[in-house]
Ligand binder design. Structure first.
Ligand code: SUG
Length: 444
Protein backbone atom coordinates (compact mmCIF):
# COMPACT_ATOMS: atom_id res chain seq x y z
CA UNK A 1 0.00 0.00 0.00
CA UNK A 2 1.20 3.52 -0.76
CA UNK A 3 2.04 5.92 2.03
CA UNK A 4 2.05 9.70 1.97
CA UNK A 5 3.04 12.49 4.25
CA UNK A 6 0.06 14.79 4.62
CA UNK A 7 0.45 18.39 5.75
CA UNK A 8 -2.36 19.81 7.86
CA UNK A 9 -2.11 23.60 7.82
CA UNK A 10 -3.63 25.71 10.56
CA UNK A 11 -6.25 28.15 9.32
CA UNK A 12 -5.45 31.63 10.57
CA UNK A 13 -8.14 32.76 13.00
CA UNK A 14 -10.08 36.06 12.77
CA UNK A 15 -8.16 37.65 15.67
CA UNK A 16 -4.65 37.38 14.14
CA UNK A 17 -2.73 40.27 15.72
CA UNK A 18 0.68 41.40 16.89
CA UNK A 19 0.82 41.67 20.67
CA UNK A 20 4.47 40.77 21.30
CA UNK A 21 3.51 37.79 23.42
CA UNK A 22 6.42 35.44 22.78
CA UNK A 23 9.52 36.29 24.78
CA UNK A 24 12.47 34.67 23.00
CA UNK A 25 10.78 34.86 19.58
CA UNK A 26 12.49 37.82 17.90
CA UNK A 27 9.81 38.51 15.26
CA UNK A 28 6.95 38.48 17.76
CA UNK A 29 8.83 40.88 19.98
CA UNK A 30 9.97 43.28 17.30
CA UNK A 31 6.58 43.57 15.57
CA UNK A 32 4.64 44.12 18.79
CA UNK A 33 1.80 46.64 18.49
CA UNK A 34 1.86 46.81 14.68
CA UNK A 35 -1.50 46.60 12.92
CA UNK A 36 -2.21 43.16 11.44
CA UNK A 37 -4.35 42.10 8.48
CA UNK A 38 -6.20 38.90 9.48
CA UNK A 39 -7.85 38.60 6.07
CA UNK A 40 -4.52 38.73 4.22
CA UNK A 41 -2.96 36.35 6.76
CA UNK A 42 -5.69 33.74 6.26
CA UNK A 43 -5.50 34.06 2.48
CA UNK A 44 -1.70 33.74 2.44
CA UNK A 45 -2.02 30.53 4.44
CA UNK A 46 -4.75 29.14 2.20
CA UNK A 47 -2.74 29.87 -0.93
CA UNK A 48 0.27 28.00 0.40
CA UNK A 49 -1.91 25.02 1.36
CA UNK A 50 -3.70 25.00 -2.01
CA UNK A 51 -0.39 25.27 -3.90
CA UNK A 52 0.90 22.14 -2.14
CA UNK A 53 -2.30 20.30 -3.01
CA UNK A 54 -1.78 21.42 -6.62
CA UNK A 55 1.73 19.94 -6.51
CA UNK A 56 0.10 16.57 -5.82
CA UNK A 57 0.63 16.54 -2.06
CA UNK A 58 -1.98 15.33 0.43
CA UNK A 59 -3.00 18.55 2.14
CA UNK A 60 -5.49 19.18 4.91
CA UNK A 61 -6.54 22.04 7.16
CA UNK A 62 -7.03 22.30 10.90
CA UNK A 63 -9.61 24.69 12.30
CA UNK A 64 -8.45 27.65 14.41
CA UNK A 65 -9.45 28.23 18.04
CA UNK A 66 -12.12 30.43 19.50
CA UNK A 67 -10.69 33.80 20.45
CA UNK A 68 -11.19 35.97 22.46
CA UNK A 69 -11.15 33.12 24.99
CA UNK A 70 -13.82 34.43 27.33
CA UNK A 71 -13.76 31.21 29.39
CA UNK A 72 -10.11 31.68 30.35
CA UNK A 73 -10.81 35.33 31.24
CA UNK A 74 -13.67 34.20 33.49
CA UNK A 75 -11.32 31.71 35.18
CA UNK A 76 -9.07 34.71 35.89
CA UNK A 77 -11.90 36.43 37.76
CA UNK A 78 -13.47 38.73 35.15
CA UNK A 79 -17.25 38.51 35.23
CA UNK A 80 -20.57 39.75 33.87
CA UNK A 81 -21.64 39.61 30.24
CA UNK A 82 -19.06 38.72 27.60
CA UNK A 83 -18.72 42.43 26.76
CA UNK A 84 -18.19 43.26 30.43
CA UNK A 85 -15.53 40.57 30.76
CA UNK A 86 -13.61 42.08 27.84
CA UNK A 87 -14.05 45.59 29.15
CA UNK A 88 -12.81 44.76 32.66
CA UNK A 89 -9.86 42.79 31.33
CA UNK A 90 -8.89 45.64 28.97
CA UNK A 91 -8.97 48.14 31.85
CA UNK A 92 -7.42 46.04 34.62
CA UNK A 93 -5.05 43.60 32.91
CA UNK A 94 -4.60 44.24 29.20
CA UNK A 95 -1.74 41.69 29.02
CA UNK A 96 -4.19 38.96 30.06
CA UNK A 97 -6.71 40.11 27.48
CA UNK A 98 -4.04 40.03 24.77
CA UNK A 99 -3.02 36.50 25.81
CA UNK A 100 -6.63 35.37 25.47
CA UNK A 101 -6.99 36.86 21.97
CA UNK A 102 -4.00 35.41 20.12
CA UNK A 103 -4.60 33.44 16.92
CA UNK A 104 -1.49 31.39 17.74
CA UNK A 105 -3.21 28.05 17.06
CA UNK A 106 -2.49 28.75 13.38
CA UNK A 107 1.03 27.35 13.97
CA UNK A 108 -0.03 23.73 13.91
CA UNK A 109 3.57 22.49 14.08
CA UNK A 110 2.94 23.23 17.76
CA UNK A 111 -0.47 21.58 17.88
CA UNK A 112 0.78 18.09 18.64
CA UNK A 113 3.44 15.44 18.19
CA UNK A 114 2.38 12.76 15.73
CA UNK A 115 3.85 9.26 15.33
CA UNK A 116 2.86 7.29 12.24
CA UNK A 117 1.57 3.73 12.49
CA UNK A 118 4.80 2.28 11.05
CA UNK A 119 6.64 3.38 14.22
CA UNK A 120 4.13 2.52 16.94
CA UNK A 121 3.73 -0.85 18.67
CA UNK A 122 -0.06 -0.97 18.26
CA UNK A 123 0.12 0.06 14.58
CA UNK A 124 -2.01 3.19 15.09
CA UNK A 125 -1.22 6.84 14.34
CA UNK A 126 -0.67 8.52 17.73
CA UNK A 127 -1.36 12.18 18.57
CA UNK A 128 -0.41 14.08 21.74
CA UNK A 129 -1.48 17.74 21.82
CA UNK A 130 1.33 20.01 22.99
CA UNK A 131 0.73 21.64 26.38
CA UNK A 132 2.64 24.81 25.35
CA UNK A 133 3.08 25.73 29.02
CA UNK A 134 5.94 28.15 28.44
CA UNK A 135 3.64 30.87 27.06
CA UNK A 136 0.38 31.91 28.71
CA UNK A 137 -1.33 32.65 25.39
CA UNK A 138 -0.44 29.20 24.05
CA UNK A 139 -1.10 27.23 27.24
CA UNK A 140 -4.84 27.70 26.65
CA UNK A 141 -4.74 25.79 23.36
CA UNK A 142 -4.35 22.03 24.10
CA UNK A 143 -7.92 21.05 25.09
CA UNK A 144 -9.49 22.53 21.97
CA UNK A 145 -6.56 21.28 19.89
CA UNK A 146 -7.44 17.79 21.12
CA UNK A 147 -11.11 18.30 20.12
CA UNK A 148 -10.13 19.49 16.65
CA UNK A 149 -7.67 16.62 16.13
CA UNK A 150 -10.29 14.08 17.24
CA UNK A 151 -12.84 15.60 14.84
CA UNK A 152 -10.30 15.47 12.01
CA UNK A 153 -8.79 12.04 12.75
CA UNK A 154 -11.89 10.41 14.16
CA UNK A 155 -11.67 6.74 13.30
CA UNK A 156 -10.49 4.86 16.40
CA UNK A 157 -9.40 1.88 14.32
CA UNK A 158 -6.53 3.97 12.99
CA UNK A 159 -6.00 7.00 15.24
CA UNK A 160 -5.08 7.13 18.93
CA UNK A 161 -5.42 10.43 20.80
CA UNK A 162 -3.65 11.11 24.10
CA UNK A 163 -4.23 13.85 26.64
CA UNK A 164 -1.63 16.62 26.67
CA UNK A 165 1.23 16.19 29.19
CA UNK A 166 0.93 17.55 32.77
CA UNK A 167 0.83 21.35 32.75
CA UNK A 168 4.13 22.02 34.46
CA UNK A 169 7.43 23.49 33.28
CA UNK A 170 9.09 20.06 33.79
CA UNK A 171 6.95 18.83 30.90
CA UNK A 172 7.21 21.85 28.59
CA UNK A 173 6.07 20.43 25.26
CA UNK A 174 5.89 22.32 21.95
CA UNK A 175 4.85 19.42 19.75
CA UNK A 176 6.12 18.65 16.26
CA UNK A 177 8.23 21.84 16.12
CA UNK A 178 10.80 19.84 18.08
CA UNK A 179 10.24 16.48 16.44
CA UNK A 180 11.37 15.18 13.08
CA UNK A 181 10.88 11.74 11.64
CA UNK A 182 13.59 10.28 9.44
CA UNK A 183 12.78 7.27 7.27
CA UNK A 184 13.44 5.72 3.89
CA UNK A 185 9.84 5.67 2.87
CA UNK A 186 6.86 7.16 4.76
CA UNK A 187 5.49 3.64 5.22
CA UNK A 188 8.70 2.17 6.67
CA UNK A 189 9.49 2.44 10.36
CA UNK A 190 11.88 5.31 10.92
CA UNK A 191 13.82 7.17 13.56
CA UNK A 192 11.88 9.75 15.53
CA UNK A 193 14.24 12.56 16.43
CA UNK A 194 13.17 14.50 19.50
CA UNK A 195 15.06 17.78 20.05
CA UNK A 196 14.81 19.35 23.49
CA UNK A 197 16.06 22.62 24.96
CA UNK A 198 16.69 21.55 28.53
CA UNK A 199 16.61 18.71 31.01
CA UNK A 200 14.31 19.83 33.78
CA UNK A 201 15.26 17.16 36.34
CA UNK A 202 19.02 17.65 36.02
CA UNK A 203 20.14 20.94 37.64
CA UNK A 204 23.68 20.52 36.23
CA UNK A 205 22.66 20.21 32.59
CA UNK A 206 23.42 23.15 30.30
CA UNK A 207 20.56 25.38 29.27
CA UNK A 208 20.03 28.82 27.72
CA UNK A 209 20.58 31.83 29.98
CA UNK A 210 18.70 34.60 28.19
CA UNK A 211 15.62 33.05 26.61
CA UNK A 212 13.50 30.09 27.74
CA UNK A 213 13.99 26.55 26.50
CA UNK A 214 10.42 25.64 25.68
CA UNK A 215 10.85 21.86 25.28
CA UNK A 216 12.17 19.54 27.97
CA UNK A 217 13.78 16.13 27.58
CA UNK A 218 11.26 14.77 30.09
CA UNK A 219 8.37 15.87 27.86
CA UNK A 220 9.91 14.32 24.75
CA UNK A 221 10.50 11.03 26.58
CA UNK A 222 6.93 10.99 27.89
CA UNK A 223 5.56 11.49 24.38
CA UNK A 224 7.75 8.63 23.09
CA UNK A 225 6.37 6.37 25.86
CA UNK A 226 2.75 7.35 25.15
CA UNK A 227 3.25 6.73 21.44
CA UNK A 228 4.59 3.22 22.06
CA UNK A 229 7.87 3.89 20.28
CA UNK A 230 10.75 1.46 20.70
CA UNK A 231 14.03 2.73 22.10
CA UNK A 232 15.78 1.62 18.90
CA UNK A 233 13.65 4.03 16.90
CA UNK A 234 14.10 7.16 19.04
CA UNK A 235 16.93 9.65 19.32
CA UNK A 236 16.85 12.46 21.89
CA UNK A 237 19.16 15.33 21.04
CA UNK A 238 19.74 18.64 22.79
CA UNK A 239 19.39 21.92 20.95
CA UNK A 240 22.40 24.22 21.30
CA UNK A 241 21.45 26.60 24.16
CA UNK A 242 23.49 29.41 22.54
CA UNK A 243 21.21 29.48 19.52
CA UNK A 244 18.10 29.50 21.71
CA UNK A 245 19.59 32.63 23.25
CA UNK A 246 19.84 34.13 19.74
CA UNK A 247 16.14 33.65 19.00
CA UNK A 248 15.94 29.99 17.90
CA UNK A 249 12.97 29.27 20.13
CA UNK A 250 12.03 25.96 18.44
CA UNK A 251 14.19 23.37 16.70
CA UNK A 252 12.26 23.94 13.46
CA UNK A 253 13.87 27.40 13.29
CA UNK A 254 17.30 25.75 12.86
CA UNK A 255 16.73 22.32 11.26
CA UNK A 256 14.18 20.40 9.24
CA UNK A 257 14.01 16.79 8.10
CA UNK A 258 12.19 14.81 5.46
CA UNK A 259 12.60 11.09 4.75
CA UNK A 260 16.38 10.44 4.71
CA UNK A 261 17.41 14.12 4.68
CA UNK A 262 18.24 16.27 7.69
CA UNK A 263 18.85 19.89 6.72
CA UNK A 264 20.47 21.75 9.59
CA UNK A 265 22.70 24.60 10.68
CA UNK A 266 26.09 23.55 12.06
CA UNK A 267 25.28 25.29 15.36
CA UNK A 268 21.86 23.69 15.77
CA UNK A 269 22.69 20.91 18.25
CA UNK A 270 24.95 19.75 21.06
CA UNK A 271 27.08 16.59 20.57
CA UNK A 272 26.24 16.60 16.89
CA UNK A 273 28.69 13.90 15.75
CA UNK A 274 27.79 11.38 18.46
CA UNK A 275 24.07 11.88 17.92
CA UNK A 276 24.31 11.68 14.12
CA UNK A 277 26.13 8.35 14.55
CA UNK A 278 23.26 7.14 16.71
CA UNK A 279 20.80 8.22 13.99
CA UNK A 280 22.83 6.41 11.31
CA UNK A 281 22.95 3.22 13.39
CA UNK A 282 19.26 3.28 14.21
CA UNK A 283 18.27 4.11 10.62
CA UNK A 284 20.49 1.29 9.37
CA UNK A 285 20.83 3.08 6.06
CA UNK A 286 22.31 6.23 4.50
CA UNK A 287 21.14 9.59 5.79
CA UNK A 288 21.87 12.84 3.97
CA UNK A 289 22.94 15.31 6.62
CA UNK A 290 22.84 18.61 4.72
CA UNK A 291 24.88 21.03 6.80
CA UNK A 292 24.79 24.82 6.47
CA UNK A 293 27.85 26.49 7.96
CA UNK A 294 27.92 29.79 9.85
CA UNK A 295 30.10 31.17 7.08
CA UNK A 296 27.36 30.45 4.54
CA UNK A 297 24.45 31.65 6.68
CA UNK A 298 24.77 33.32 10.09
CA UNK A 299 22.38 32.47 12.93
CA UNK A 300 21.03 36.00 12.62
CA UNK A 301 20.22 35.49 8.92
CA UNK A 302 18.71 32.08 9.63
CA UNK A 303 16.42 33.58 12.28
CA UNK A 304 15.45 36.56 10.10
CA UNK A 305 14.84 34.61 6.89
CA UNK A 306 13.55 31.33 8.41
CA UNK A 307 15.75 29.29 6.06
CA UNK A 308 15.18 26.23 8.26
CA UNK A 309 11.49 26.86 8.83
CA UNK A 310 11.00 25.67 5.31
CA UNK A 311 9.07 22.54 4.43
CA UNK A 312 11.01 19.83 2.64
CA UNK A 313 8.50 17.81 0.68
CA UNK A 314 8.83 14.77 -1.57
CA UNK A 315 7.05 15.50 -4.84
CA UNK A 316 5.10 12.77 -6.63
CA UNK A 317 8.10 12.29 -9.00
CA UNK A 318 10.30 11.42 -5.99
CA UNK A 319 12.34 14.65 -6.03
CA UNK A 320 12.43 16.84 -2.96
CA UNK A 321 11.46 20.50 -2.97
CA UNK A 322 11.90 23.21 -0.37
CA UNK A 323 8.89 25.38 0.39
CA UNK A 324 10.39 28.65 1.62
CA UNK A 325 9.03 32.00 2.75
CA UNK A 326 9.70 34.93 0.36
CA UNK A 327 11.81 36.36 3.19
CA UNK A 328 14.49 33.85 2.09
CA UNK A 329 14.53 35.45 -1.38
CA UNK A 330 15.00 38.86 0.18
CA UNK A 331 18.05 37.87 2.24
CA UNK A 332 21.10 37.88 -0.10
CA UNK A 333 23.15 35.26 1.80
CA UNK A 334 20.20 32.90 2.17
CA UNK A 335 19.01 33.34 -1.42
CA UNK A 336 22.54 32.63 -2.70
CA UNK A 337 22.73 29.55 -0.48
CA UNK A 338 19.39 28.18 -1.70
CA UNK A 339 20.35 28.75 -5.34
CA UNK A 340 23.48 26.73 -4.71
CA UNK A 341 21.78 24.02 -2.63
CA UNK A 342 19.75 22.70 -5.57
CA UNK A 343 22.97 22.12 -7.53
CA UNK A 344 24.79 20.19 -4.80
CA UNK A 345 23.57 16.68 -5.67
CA UNK A 346 21.45 16.28 -2.51
CA UNK A 347 17.88 14.95 -2.91
CA UNK A 348 16.66 18.60 -2.74
CA UNK A 349 16.18 19.72 -6.35
CA UNK A 350 14.02 22.83 -6.26
CA UNK A 351 12.88 25.74 -4.11
CA UNK A 352 9.49 27.41 -4.22
CA UNK A 353 8.78 30.69 -2.44
CA UNK A 354 5.51 31.68 -0.77
CA UNK A 355 4.47 34.93 0.84
CA UNK A 356 3.41 34.17 4.41
CA UNK A 357 4.57 37.52 5.79
CA UNK A 358 1.58 38.07 8.06
CA UNK A 359 2.53 34.89 9.92
CA UNK A 360 6.29 35.52 9.65
CA UNK A 361 5.87 38.80 11.54
CA UNK A 362 4.85 36.72 14.54
CA UNK A 363 7.69 34.24 14.05
CA UNK A 364 5.76 31.61 12.09
CA UNK A 365 7.12 30.40 8.75
CA UNK A 366 5.82 27.78 6.29
CA UNK A 367 6.85 24.86 8.53
CA UNK A 368 5.22 26.37 11.63
CA UNK A 369 1.95 26.53 9.75
CA UNK A 370 1.73 22.81 9.18
CA UNK A 371 1.41 19.56 11.12
CA UNK A 372 2.79 16.52 9.31
CA UNK A 373 0.90 13.25 9.45
CA UNK A 374 2.39 10.34 7.50
CA UNK A 375 -0.35 7.87 6.59
CA UNK A 376 -1.21 4.91 4.39
CA UNK A 377 -3.89 5.29 1.71
CA UNK A 378 -6.27 3.43 4.01
CA UNK A 379 -5.59 5.79 6.92
CA UNK A 380 -6.04 8.80 4.65
CA UNK A 381 -9.43 7.44 3.61
CA UNK A 382 -10.37 7.36 7.32
CA UNK A 383 -9.57 11.09 7.82
CA UNK A 384 -12.49 13.55 7.87
CA UNK A 385 -12.59 14.10 4.09
CA UNK A 386 -14.11 17.57 4.46
CA UNK A 387 -10.79 18.83 5.84
CA UNK A 388 -8.77 17.80 2.76
CA UNK A 389 -7.77 20.58 0.40
CA UNK A 390 -9.08 20.69 -3.17
CA UNK A 391 -10.44 23.40 -5.51
CA UNK A 392 -13.89 23.33 -3.93
CA UNK A 393 -12.64 23.62 -0.33
CA UNK A 394 -10.17 26.33 -1.31
CA UNK A 395 -12.96 28.42 -2.86
CA UNK A 396 -15.29 27.84 0.08
CA UNK A 397 -12.63 28.84 2.61
CA UNK A 398 -11.55 31.91 0.64
CA UNK A 399 -15.17 33.08 0.47
CA UNK A 400 -15.58 32.33 4.16
CA UNK A 401 -12.51 34.47 4.99
CA UNK A 402 -13.72 37.24 2.66
CA UNK A 403 -17.09 37.28 4.41
CA UNK A 404 -16.00 37.19 8.06
CA UNK A 405 -12.46 38.58 8.45
CA UNK A 406 -11.30 42.13 9.10
CA UNK A 407 -8.43 43.55 7.08
CA UNK A 408 -6.99 45.51 9.96
CA UNK A 409 -6.66 44.72 13.63
CA UNK A 410 -4.77 46.60 16.31
CA UNK A 411 -4.18 45.46 19.85
CA UNK A 412 -6.65 48.09 21.08
CA UNK A 413 -9.38 46.46 18.96
CA UNK A 414 -9.16 43.25 20.99
CA UNK A 415 -11.53 44.73 23.59
CA UNK A 416 -14.23 45.28 20.95
CA UNK A 417 -17.16 42.99 21.93
CA UNK A 418 -18.15 42.81 18.27
CA UNK A 419 -15.02 40.71 17.70
CA UNK A 420 -16.47 37.87 19.81
CA UNK A 421 -19.64 37.85 17.72
CA UNK A 422 -17.68 37.96 14.45
CA UNK A 423 -15.32 35.23 15.56
CA UNK A 424 -18.08 32.89 16.81
CA UNK A 425 -20.19 33.42 13.68
CA UNK A 426 -17.19 32.61 11.49
CA UNK A 427 -16.17 29.52 13.48
CA UNK A 428 -19.72 28.19 13.66
CA UNK A 429 -19.90 28.36 9.87
CA UNK A 430 -16.45 26.78 9.57
CA UNK A 431 -17.45 23.75 11.65
CA UNK A 432 -20.26 23.24 9.15
CA UNK A 433 -17.94 23.56 6.14
CA UNK A 434 -15.44 21.10 7.66
CA UNK A 435 -18.16 18.98 9.33
CA UNK A 436 -16.32 18.98 12.63
CA UNK A 437 -19.29 18.89 15.00
CA UNK A 438 -19.24 21.03 18.14
CA UNK A 439 -15.53 21.42 18.86
CA UNK A 440 -15.80 24.87 20.47
CA UNK A 441 -16.97 25.69 23.96
CA UNK A 442 -19.51 28.26 22.68
CA UNK A 443 -21.18 25.44 20.73
CA UNK A 444 -21.47 23.10 23.71
N1 SUG B 1 8.35 27.51 15.14
C1 SUG B 1 7.11 27.06 15.16
N2 SUG B 1 6.86 25.83 14.95
N3 SUG B 1 6.07 27.89 15.49
C2 SUG B 1 6.12 29.29 15.54
C3 SUG B 1 5.23 29.78 16.62
C4 SUG B 1 5.22 31.28 16.71
C5 SUG B 1 4.48 31.74 17.95
N4 SUG B 1 4.32 33.19 17.92
C6 SUG B 1 3.47 33.80 18.76
O1 SUG B 1 2.78 33.19 19.55
C7 SUG B 1 3.39 35.30 18.68
C8 SUG B 1 2.06 35.88 19.11
C9 SUG B 1 2.10 37.35 19.40
O2 SUG B 1 3.16 37.86 19.76
O3 SUG B 1 1.04 38.03 19.29
C10 SUG B 1 5.21 31.28 19.21
O4 SUG B 1 6.17 31.94 19.62
O5 SUG B 1 4.82 30.25 19.76
Amino acid sequence: MKHYEANFDGLVGPTHNYAGLSFGNVASYSNAAQASDPKAAAKQGLLKAKSLADLGMVQGVLAPQERPDIYSLRRMGFSGSDAEVLNQAAKQASALLNACCSASSMWTANAATVSPSADTRDGKVHFTPANLVDKLHRSIEPVTTGNILKATFKDERFFKHHQHLPEHASFGDEGAANHTRLCNDYGHSGVELFVYGQESTNPNAVKPVKFPARQTLEASQAVARLHQLDEESCVFMQQNPHVIDQGVFHNDVISVGNQNVLFYHEQAFLNTDVKFDEIRKKMNTDVHFVKVSTEQVSINDAVKSYLFNTQIITLPNGEMAIIAPTNCQENPAVFAYLNELVTLGTPIKQVQYYDVKQSMQNGGGPACLRLRVAMSELEISAVNQNTLMNDALFNKLNNWVEKHYRDRLEVKDLADPQLIIESRTALDELTQILKLGSVYQFQR
